[in-house]
Design a protein around this ligand. Structure first.
Ligand code: GUN
Length: 283
């Protein structure tokens, strides 16, 4: 059996078209969704992500501003800029690209962003709202995974989901989102004993460990859905997932490729959240 490939690029393209039409409508009411991206330092990966976020804003007719600081910027200066952006009516979403330099407290920065403009969904208020099933900004990668699963017709209710990885950005929130969809969720991590026993009973595996090829065919029950969140670089600099794609695709029922799987969905949901925030500003 060869798995059906969940084409994140294609789903993202459809969603982006829907978003761009909504942006046009909102513009007729006098509001252009605006995203402020704050970039600190010279991290090449961060620069690439930020560029891609800005290009997507442009593609969808949204307004975007980039605020750049050198590595040595003081935390206070960053906090003052965020306070200013919180008050700026032309800005509906604020995103501070992570990671930040060591001398800056990441949580202080995240908590300084107004929860109503926290389009990354990292603020504890949004995480809390999501946990109790209230209206919230959902963090973009978990939200993108949920949309991909739904768009691919994967049923979630009563399904056993095994999340491998427990980061605040992906592992924890994706498990919670799928729990909200009535899935039965198991979290596995670096201290989990007999990982294969857990993953072998999974209807859906979410691999978010950050280790190239970590999930092999032995981990996967025939027909299971395998979502690969990994974005690792191998020795040749090639982008690789957390899943050994070539062998797992012969066992899984559905699989996401890397690149072209979860990645394109993350940025799309950021655009969706910015649109949603702009719509909220209208009401
Ligand atoms: N760094 C890596 N991924 C992300 C993300 O989704 N948002 C922000 N703000 N920083 C990141």
């Amino acid at each position: 059996m060869t798995a059906l490939i969940i084409d994140g690029k294609e789903i993202a393209k459809r969603k982006k078209l829907e978003i761009s039409l909504e942006v046009e409508k909102l513009k007729e009411s006098g509001i252009t969704p605006g995203l402020a991206v704050v970039l600190v330092g010279d991290n090449q990966a961060s620069k690439t992500y930020v560029r891609s976020k800005q290009m997507t804003c442009k593609e969808l007719g949204m307004h975007s501003v980039l605020i750049e600081y050198t590595e040595s910027v003081a935390e206070g200066e960053l906090l003052r800029k965020i306070a200013e952006l919180n008050e700026d009516d032309s800005i509906h979403g604020i995103l501070v690209q992570l990671p930040l330099p060591k001398h800056i407290r990441e949580m202080a920065v995240i908590e300084a962003i107004s929860p109503e403009k926290d389009v990354d969904g990292f603020h504890p208020v949004n995480i809390g709202r999501m946990m109790i099933g209230q209206e919230a900004f959902l963090s973009c990668t978990p939200f993108g995974i949920l949309v991909m699963l739904k768009e691919s017709g994967v049923a979630l209710e009563g399904k056993h989901v095994v999340v491998v990885g427990r980061s605040n950005i992906v592992g924890k929130p994706v498990g919670q989102l799928l729990l909200n969809e009535n899935a039965t969720v198991t979290y596995c991590h670096s201290k989990t004993k007999e990982l294969v026993k857990h993953t072998q009973s999974a209807d859906i595996i979410i691999a978010a460990v950050g280790r190239t090829g970590f999930i092999t065919k032995e981990h996967v029950k025939p027909g299971a859905v395998v979502i690969d969140v990994g974005i690792n670089r191998n020795e040749e600099g090639k982008l690789c997932g957390d899943v050994s794609y070539e062998e797992v695709k012969d066992v899984a029922g559905h699989i996401t490729p890397v690149p072209g799987g979860v990645g394109p969905m993350t940025i799309t949901m950021l655009m969706y959240n910015t649109l949603k925030s702009a719509r909220n500003a209208l009401n």
